[in-house]
Ligand binder design. Structure first.
Ligand code: SF4
Ligand code: SF4
Length: 303
């Protein structure tokens, strides 16, 4: 893996965690400790400097995002410190927008991304930002370079799938989704999947079993999940990252993101904490895509 962060940043993150815990700004820290595998550090809550010294690790393998844990954590007493990478700042913003986290109860330090997939535009939710030299700055401008990195080639494969015939596309997804073992990891990690009771856990739903019984069920799980996060998915990449079957779930999510962009105008979930999402807003002049527009995928969009 290409090294994106260095020892200076690793040391600076730990030092800042200890400082903010010691001076009482926060009463606990969400960070990472060594996981079962060398390349998969695990999120954990730390409540003392001793624990931080012993187990805290922020390196190129601390890739798991933490914003989803803040739903529960920010309901507790006192402030928690969270280190957010660029992709996690989007998810956090979206959770604030949906009133799922209590912004008052968390202190955010935006940190340099430690993997290519998690690069992007750091957003306005942070209390302070750490640069790639490990220095704390209050600078809030967005980096155009980072923005381009986030958008670059994002929809290339989606466009290829759109250009396929319906049969080809069906075969592509059937092949991919038949690998699914219904471990639910994609759902559990997703910061947009925050229902306290998930439809898939309802024993009366007929789809609550772990392994999909047939190919209809395989597709239903993924289509329902994709629809549930449509317009709210931040493209954080976590679902694809954790899938043990390496199913390219990001293609489903990006298809919806591309459609929303083309039909309602460019929209990035989690870009801010206030604006209403296109799919949550009703306007009398809203487009009715299936009636008003015809897709012309060869031209890359709508005509
Ligand atoms: S993580 Fe992969 S294997 Fe597990 S339920 Fe999701 S798609 Fe299926
Ligand atoms: S990329 Fe996946 S995990 Fe991230 S918000 Fe979208 S659906 Fe959820």
């Amino acid at each position: 893996m290409q090294e994106l962060i260095n020892q200076t940043v690793t040391d600076a993150v730990l030092a800042r965690a200890k400082e903010l815990l010691s001076n009482g700004t926060v009463n606990r820290v969400i960070g990472w400790e060594k996981g079962l595998f060398e390349d998969d550090q695990t999120p954990r809550i730390f409540t003392s400097v001793e624990e931080l010294d012993k187990n805290f690790v922020y390196d190129e393998y601390s890739v798991a995002t933490v914003s989803k844990y803040l739903i529960k954590e920010t309901k507790k007493e006192g402030k928690i410190l969270a280190f957010l990478k660029a992709n996690d700042t989007y998810s956090f913003n979206q959770l604030v927008k949906e009133h799922r986290v209590n912004r008052e109860n968390v202190y955010i330090v935006a940190v340099p991304s430690n993997s290519e997939a998690q690069k992007g535009k750091i957003h306005v939710v942070y209390d302070e930002i750490m640069d790639s030299d490990g220095k704390i700055t209050s600078k809030k401008e967005e980096s155009q370079e980072d923005k381009e990195a986030f958008n670059k080639e994002r929809f290339e494969m989606v466009a290829k799938l759109e250009a396929m015939t319906a049969d080809e596309r069906f075969a592509f997804w059937q092949n991919e989704l038949s690998k699914c073992i219904r471990c639910n990891a994609c759902r559990n990690v997703c910061p947009a999947c925050t229902c306290e009771q998930c439809v898939f856990d309802n024993p009366k739903s007929g789809i609550a079993q772990k392994a999909a019984a047939d190919s209809f069920e395989e597709k239903m799980f993924h289509i329902i999940r994709a629809f549930h996060v449509a317009g709210r998915c931040t493209d954080c990449g976590e679902c694809s990252r954790v899938c043990p079957q390496h199913i390219p779930l990001y293609l489903l999510n990006r298809k919806y993101i591309k459609d929303v962009d083309e039909i309602y105008g460019e929209y990035q979930a989690g870009e801010d904490t206030e604006t209403r999402a296109p799919l949550n807003t009703y306007k009398t002049d809203d487009v009715e895509p299936s009636i008003v527009y015809q897709r012309d995928v060869t031209q890359g969009g709508i005509n």
